[in-house]
Design a protein around this ligand. Structure first.
Ligand code: 2IT
Length: 450
């Protein structure tokens, strides 16, 4: 490997030894940058990689809130403002007991390159809390969101940092956080938070955007091989906001999601999630209890396989891990490769361990697409929401959807073109990393060293 990359990686590991998820993504990204670093010796002189791996700012804060029984709880809140060379910091907020500094830094680092790839003027950030919203009443969630924003508000703003949702943070939580922001600053500054409901400054299609964008990317990857999405069969994990968006778009385009996995096991519906009734049932099921997908099998009379993932099923054309990080390890990757299925399209942030990703990429019969390209539709429509807020107008669904399709097409095409230009062949993973890196690098070099 290039000596400069090797040195920065070793230093990053030594400095952040207790942050495994963060180190995982730094290793994945940096190790794919060799050709571009070789071509630009000036980057080493400007300490570019050292600066890129270090967040511009990390905020960690106490969040104190009262439950419905009058008991006080203390959680930890985070916002990692990673890189604003391309525009205001932008990225989601995750509420989940697993959230810690390593998770937020990994998500923030990924976000920098993802946001760059969209071609829109946004930097990268991520935030969250170890608060567990599951089983909490609406009033408890509201009090938590208000307490969280009471500290976060001083670090964000429409030209500074615009948070949005992620796992555990949907339209409801965003609404409560935006309301508290507005109350404190005393101004209808819509562009300070995205993913808002349409009635309060949000963009049409934001809830669907990540899933729709993933399918638009998939359409391009299929087209490259002379294939059509119509009639394709899909196995996925996750049926949250993103998974649901994929199912909805697949239904519209005549593809079928035959398998989907949740925390309790997986569903096999041989007809696919092919009706509005099924799509609506998934929404209701998730709202009632996000930990169990078994009720779908009971309702629609299909198979439920407890405590298993659907990686390795053979009667599909495409796998789409859309749950959470490190969902697919080497053992699952081997089953996936053995199944003979060609397309492995990552959707969740970093759903594949590095060794599993390397293994899948080495399989000659497979096409592997990286999440930071595939799931960029969500943040793209978030930025379109900021644009609508800035001009104080709402756009139609057709306008937003057309822009989203163009963005996803460009992300795919740019990745292919750059990988080819650097002699890497059809490498969608390295192509995406290099496209994102190059945009951030150009902006950082143009702005001087700091
Ligand atoms: O991972 C992601 O891109 C998000 N959670 C969405 C970020 C955003 O600002 O909409």
């Amino acid at each position: 490997m290039n000596k400069y990359i090797e040195r920065v990686l070793a230093d990053t590991k030594a400095k952040n030894a207790n942050e495994p998820e963060f180190l995982q993504t730094v290793e994945e990204v940096l190790s794919s940058l060799e050709p571009v670093i070789n071509a630009h010796p000036e980057y080493e002189k400007a300490a570019l990689l050292e600066r890129m791996v270090e967040p511009e700012r990390t905020v960690e804060f106490r969040v104190t809130w009262m439950d419905d029984n009058g008991e006080w709880h203390v959680n930890r809140g985070y916002r990692v403002q990673y890189n604003a060379a391309l525009g205001p910091y932008k990225g989601g907020i995750r509420f989940d007991p697993s959230v810690n500094l390593s998770i937020v830094k990994f998500l923030g680092f990924e976000q920098v390159f993802k946001d760059a790839m969209t071609g829109l003027p946004i930097g990268g950030a991520k935030g969250g809390s170890d608060f567990d919203p599951r089983g909490r009443s609406d009033a408890e969630v509201m009090r938590f969101c208000q307490a969280f924003m009471t500290e976060l508000y001083r670090h964000i703003g429409q030209d500074i940092d615009c948070p949005a949702g992620d796992l555990g943070v949907g339209g409801r939580e965003i609404g409560y956080m935006y309301g508290q922001y507005r109350r404190i600053v005393g101004a209808a500054e819509f562009g300070a938070v995205s993913g808002k409901a349409v009635c309060t400054g949000g963009s049409i299609l934001r809830p669907e955007a990540t899933g729709f964008g993933a399918v638009y990317y998939l359409v391009e990857a299929l087209k490259h091989d002379g294939e059509d999405i119509k009639g394709k069969r899909i196995a996925m994990s996750g049926y949250g906001n993103v998974g649901w968006g994929i199912m909805k778009k697949c239904h519209q385009l005549g593809a079928k999601v035959l398998y989907f996995a949740g925390p309790d096991g997986y569903i096999h519906d041989p007809d696919g999630v092919d009706t509005e009734e099924k799509l609506n049932f998934i929404l209701e099921m998730r709202a009632k209890d996000p930990m169990h997908c078994k009720p779908y099998a009971e309702k629609f009379g299909c198979e439920f396989v407890p405590n298993e993932k659907c990686w390795g099923v053979k009667d599909v054309d495409i796998y789409m891990p859309a749950a959470t990080q490190n969902d697919v390890n080497l053992e699952s990757a081997k089953k996936i490769a053995e199944s003979g299925v060609k397309y492995y399209i990552e959707v969740a942030n970093m759903p594949t361990t590095n060794e599993a990703l390397e293994f899948l990429k080495s399989q000659k019969h497979m096409v592997v697409a990286p999440s930071k390209a595939v799931n960029a539709g969500g943040v793209s429509v978030s930025e379109l929401e900021m644009a609508q807020n800035a001009e104080r107008l709402y756009w139609s669904a057709e306008e937003v959807d057309a822009k989203l399709q163009t963005i996803m097409k460009n992300i795919y095409n740019n990745s292919v073109e750059v990988a080819e230009r650097y002699g890497l062949g059809y490498d969608l993973v390295a192509g995406a990393n290099i496209v994102g890196f190059q945009k951030v690098a150009d902006a950082m070099m143009a702005q001087g060293i700091f």
